[in-house]
Design a protein around this ligand. Structure first.
Ligand SMILES: [Zn+2]
Ligand SMILES: [Zn+2]
Length: 297
């Protein structure tokens, strides 16, 4: 299976429009050590011809423009996208659906909870309802027409998105990771952009994957408060920090397969190519995603 990282930052991107933190300032100024990043999404394909997206970020229009394999066929409105799969209802993962709403030539798949939460509380998403199917956890989803790529959503520890707090109670279907298996090879890809802790089920998914993309939002628990005093901690926002004895890096470094951090917040020191933190992560055998990264699983 072919994989392309469409966007590797967390919500807000790098630089984030309202942020004057040192890294946003450097990215805005064109510092080559802090290249800009778009909001989080992944594209997968069995053959390089037809593609599916995992999440649709608000930057999807530009992300598709930069990926020639995903362009419409000249002279037509045939777009080579079969499925858009959602891992949760966070705005940085779903607002792109509204950006690519014209004619709906693809189908949208999410858990029933995510579908219901977005359709019941946000009238504008009703535009997408005809193309949107709900699935249960671990229910197989055929991504491509030939049936080579099978996706299953698995529950990960998380929280209800901020825009749905108080409207819908949390549920196992609210925050998921996805396992995509190439049925021709048995190779597994895991994408888990929001993980509050690594429970047994999530660890087992990461261990069985040939390539895994994991939540790399924050380096430390209290990182956001430095840029925005009073901001909540990483875990309260649904993201396990990377560093520390109980952070994700200690766990990820011990796993087999190719392990890649993605969904990096603009405050995360890993965004600076010269930062010591980036060297530590690489020394642990873990990679850092970048926009446009392509790989084979
Ligand atoms: Zn910033
Ligand atoms: Zn996100």
């Amino acid at each position: 299976m072919k994989v392309r990282v469409l966007g590797s930052s967390a919500g807000g991107g790098l630089p984030q429009w309202n942020c004057g933190c040192p890294q946003c300032v450097r990215a805005r100024a064109g510092d080559p050590m802090v290249p800009p990043r778009t909001q989080p999404s992944l594209a997968v394909s069995a053959d390089g011809l037809r593609w599916s997206l995992v999440n649709a970020s608000p930057d999807v229009r530009d992300q598709l423009a930069r990926a020639p394999a995903l362009h419409p066929r000249p002279g037509t409105r045939d777009v080579p996208i079969d499925t858009v799969l959602l891992t949760n209802a966070d705005l940085d993962h779903v607002l792109g659906l509204l950006v690519m709403r014209e004619s709906l030539p693809y189908r949208i798949v999410s858990t029933h909870w995510v579908r219901h939460a977005l359709l019941a509380h946000n009238a504008v998403f009703g535009l997408l309802a005809p193309a949107w199917g709900g699935v249960k956890l671990d229910e197989p989803v055929q991504l491509d027409r030939e049936g080579h790529l099978e996706a299953r959503l698995f529950p990960v520890p998380g929280k209800v998105p901020m825009h749905l707090e108080g409207l819908v109670p949390n549920h196992a279907e609210a925050t998921t990771g996805v396992r995509i298996t190439d049925l021709r090879t048995g190779h597994r890809l895991v994408y888990a952009p929001g993980v509050k802790s690594l429970d047994g089920g999530t660890r087992a998914e990461l261990e069985a994957a040939a390539v895994s993309f994991l939540d790399g939002t924050f380096w430390t628990e209290d990182e956001l408060a430095a840029a925005r005093p009073g901001a909540p901690g990483a875990r309260a926002m649904g993201h396990l920090p990377i560093s520390g004895a109980d952070g994700s890096l200690a766990r990820l470094a011990a796993l087999p397969g190719r392990r890649i951090y993605t969904h990096l917040n603009n405050t995360n020191p890993l965004l600076d190519a010269e930062a010591k933190e980036q060297a530590w992560v690489r020394a642990a055998g873990v990679e850092i995603a970048r926009d446009g990264l392509e790989l084979e699983v």
